[in-house]
Write a protein that binds this ligand. Sequence first.
Ligand code: HEC
Length: 159
Amino acid sequence: MKKALKFIGILALLALIAIQFIRPDRNDGGYETVIPFENETKPSVQVAAILKENCYDCHSDQTQYPWYAEIAPFSLWLEEHIEHGKGHFNVSEWKSYSVKKKDHKLEELIEMVEDGEMPLDSYTWMHGNLPEEDKLLLIQWATLSRLQYKDQLNISTNQ
Ligand code: HEC
């Protein structure tokens, strides 16, 4: 029995070592990729900082990796969140979104922040919850930004 446990322990350790060789690609396209998004949606300096600290890690081409991102299985788990988050909403690809999609993403953003669904729970465990005043600032900014897209949508549907 003792021998079997030892054997399982060694196997688990070997597996842990083996998965260290799986190195997911780094999400490090650079913060300059978020500039077109910020030029268009015009967050204040404060809102831009909130987005950078709480959202861009999973919703842009630039992630600030924590130290444990070097270690599998955490590295793989982070990779999954980043890819999933970017698949839904990637500010680094804002320019390629249609006006309708931009408006819709900001609408979702307001709902998710209001309901406390974003940032993800697994993220706030490590980074802390978003304070109420930051939530309000995000919602105000997104509501104002949507006006330009609503305008553009009205113009295009009236033509
Ligand atoms: C740890 C990664 C992570 C962080 C940090 C994060 N998100 Fe997300 N986000 C996701 C994932 C994964 C999804 C898609 C799954 C889902 O809908 O639950 C998502 C979905 C969204 C969507 C919905 C897009 C759609 O079309 O359905 C919006 C909007 C969004 N996030 C905004 C934010 C905002 C704003 C912040 C910061 C306050 C934030 N997220 C922080 C991972 C993250």
